[in-house]
Design a protein around this ligand. Structure first.
Ligand code: MRU
Length: 349
């Protein structure tokens, strides 16, 4: 089964399905999320992951079995939805897309006290569908702007997975590669495997290979060697939250790649929707970094690889300082420094 035939997130009008990303590349299978606990756990356990996909999944997760609650009065219904949004929002802290989507859902009903609960339900469902379809359009535009940076025979390095599997459309960091490939531009992609959860190995190499794009998988500690051989012309990665000054949180290891890129004089781009810019967060120091379970480090592919009582750090993200970022590829164009001014200008467009 090809993963491209199964959407990352699918709402039938009654039920919510996600493509279970923890099973890829061995199994490509959808699972149903039957209640909010299952939705919370699916996000926390990375069955659905990638900043935009988490946002879309969370928006639909608010709707699971919600029709059964339309017997509540309007105030009770709004309170119920707000409580559920708060719970879902606590599943993962770093990607701003999660709170963005949930806040957007809540804001559509907050001041509509004159509506019935069923009317509010319908408004929420429409908003979730809108968030979903906007994501698809945004990816396409990021791809079109970003593809202009890709020349024939160029080498691109990427980290983690910011492709089709992380969004509802063709990805953010991988979108320029899909569009370039469609246009017949020959590209070579190096995918960092992305320890500890291997999103690069399991997901990026899988989806690019499925699309017929020339992709080479490397361990994270090989990026310097590959760059030193002149094989990388630019780096493109995704992003989970960008602070007002342009500091950008992405999968752990991204900052190291940016430092290497600087050393080897290779342009380092971040591709993300403009909704990933969080002007309420001043600098990267203010971004909450998710710390995950020690067992992700102590075990590898189900085998214990370190003493069980080992002291471990497992930050899931790091923050790339703005001065290492050549530009942001967004659906509104490519933004260059100075970021504090230019991000504000972009968001006001
Ligand atoms: O922990 P994950 O797999 O959700 O982390 C994903 C990333 O860091 C992606 O690069 C980011 O969310 C952008 S996805 C378009």
């Amino acid at each position: 089964m090809q993963s491209k035939n199964i959407p990352t997130v699918r709402w039938t009008g009654e039920e919510l399905y996600i493509l279970d990303q923890t099973l890829i590349p061995i199994t490509v299978k959808e699972i149903k999320l039957s209640n909010e606990e299952e939705a919370y756990n699916a996000i926390k356990e990375l069955k659905v992951r990638g900043a935009p996909a988490i946002g879309v999944a969370a928006a639909y997760s608010l709707l699971i079995n919600l029709k059964n609650k339309t017997n509540l009065n309007t105030n009770e219904f709004i309170n119920f939805v707000e409580e559920r949004a708060k719970y879902l929002n606590s599943s993962r802290p770093t990607a701003v897309n999660l709170s963005y989507a949930l806040n957007r859902m809540i804001n559509t009903i907050k001041n509509k006290k004159d509506k019935s609960s069923l009317e509010l339900y319908n408004i929420l469902e429409e908003e979730a569908k809108k968030i979903h379809s906007e994501d698809i359009g945004i990816c396409q535009k990021i791809g079109e702007y970003g593809s202009k940076l890709l020349k024939d025979n160029c080498g691109i390095l990427t980290h983690c997975n910011a492709g089709r599997l992380a969004v509802s459309g063709i990805g953010t960091a991988l979108a320029p590669m899909y569009i370039a490939h469609q246009k017949g531009i020959k590209i070579r992609v190096y995918a960092d495997e992305t320890r500890p959860l291997l999103q690069g190995a399991r997901l990026t190499s899988f989806e690019l290979q499925e699309a017929g794009i020339d992709v080479t998988l490397i361990c994270d500690n090989m990026a310097a060697f590959i760059m030193s051989k002149g094989l990388v012309d630019l780096v493109i990665v995704g992003c989970d939250r960008v602070a007002e000054n342009g500091d950008a949180a992405n999968k752990i290891g991204t900052m190291g790649v940016a430092i290497l890129a600087k050393y080897f004089n290779i342009p380092f781009y971040i591709a993300c929707p403009s909704t990933t810019f969080d002007l309420n967060t001043k600098t990267g120091n203010d971004i909450i970094i998710e710390e995950r379970d020690a067992k992700e480090i102590i075990n590898f592919a189900g085998v214990q690889t370190a003493p069980l009582d080992m002291k471990v750090r497992n930050p899931a993200f790091d923050v790339t300082p703005n001065e290492l970022i050549t530009g942001f590829i967004t659906e509104k164009g490519i933004i260059k420094p100075p970021y504090t001014e230019n991000l504000k200008a972009l968001l006001s467009r």
